[in-house]
Design a protein around this ligand. Structure first.
Ligand SMILES: Cc1cc2nc3c(=O)[nH]c(=O)nc-3n(C[C@H](O)[C@H](O)[C@H](O)COP(=O)(O)O)c2cc1C
Length: 191
């Protein structure tokens, strides 16, 4: 049996992500969970950001942003950036997050987040009250001390990264669980 709920905006799990736009001198942080990889070549990320907040217009103006994946130990700061607006608060000052200069764009990345993306805005549209931004990924960073196998790409310690998981609908934060299998392999047993 299934219980139906009609059209709802629910999905889980989602990565709690901090989107930064601005410059090293003045930048804002917005917490979002609606983020996803969109294309491989070029690699792009899609982020959905409400039209009513501060960040949407800033991204349209600046045409670049960074996406920074929050870790469990920064849960309070991440939540704060999702319940306050850059219209009223300097979120870098309030949270103590540290800006690091990006390589290709003016928007900084956040030092305290273990995974960071530099994105150039390549497309946008508004659906209802939400901006859909497509950012081409120009650079990706991970904390060096959380890499395994001499820093080989794709080989990182996910437990050390400790990403902050958001459960849409229940409005809960959770942490990542144990590995249960190898992707692209385990299904071969049914071939
Ligand atoms: C866990 C969490 C997830 C959120 N996800 C989104 C999201 O995906 N898109 C969005 O527009 N707002 C999202 N929000 C709400 C914004 O972060 C919030 O409206 C914020 O105050 C806007 O900040 P700004 O005015 O500085 O841009 C989320 C908030 C929280 C706490």
């Amino acid at each position: 049996m299934k219980t139906s709920f009609g059209p709802q905006k629910i999905l889980f799990p989602m990565p709690t992500s901090l989107v930064v736009t601005g410059t090293m001198e003045k930048a804002n942080i917005v917490t979002i969970a609606w983020v996803t990889l969109l294309t491989s070549s070029p690699p792009t990320l899609g982020v959905s950001i409400g039209t009513k907040g501060y960040s949407g217009n800033e991204i349209l103006k600046n045409k670049n942003f960074t996406v920074n994946i929050a870790s469990v130990d920064k849960m309070v700061e991440a939540d704060f950036c999702g319940i306050t607006s850059g219209k009223e608060v300097d979120k870098f000052e309030k949270t103590g997050f540290t800006k690091i200069e990006s390589k290709y764009i003016p928007s900084p990345i956040i030092k305290e987040c273990p995974l960071n993306f530099e994105c150039k805005l390549v497309d946008s549209s508004i659906v209802g009250t939400t901006n859909h931004f497509i950012g081409e990924i120009l650079e990706v960073y991970m904390d060096t001390d959380k890499l395994k196998d001499s820093g080989k790409y794709g080989s990182f310690d996910i437990e050390a990264m400790n990403p902050l998981i958001y459960i849409g609908g229940a409005r809960e934060y959770r942490k990542i669980g144990k590995k249960v299998g190898d992707a692209y392999q385990i299904g071969r047993s049914l071939k």
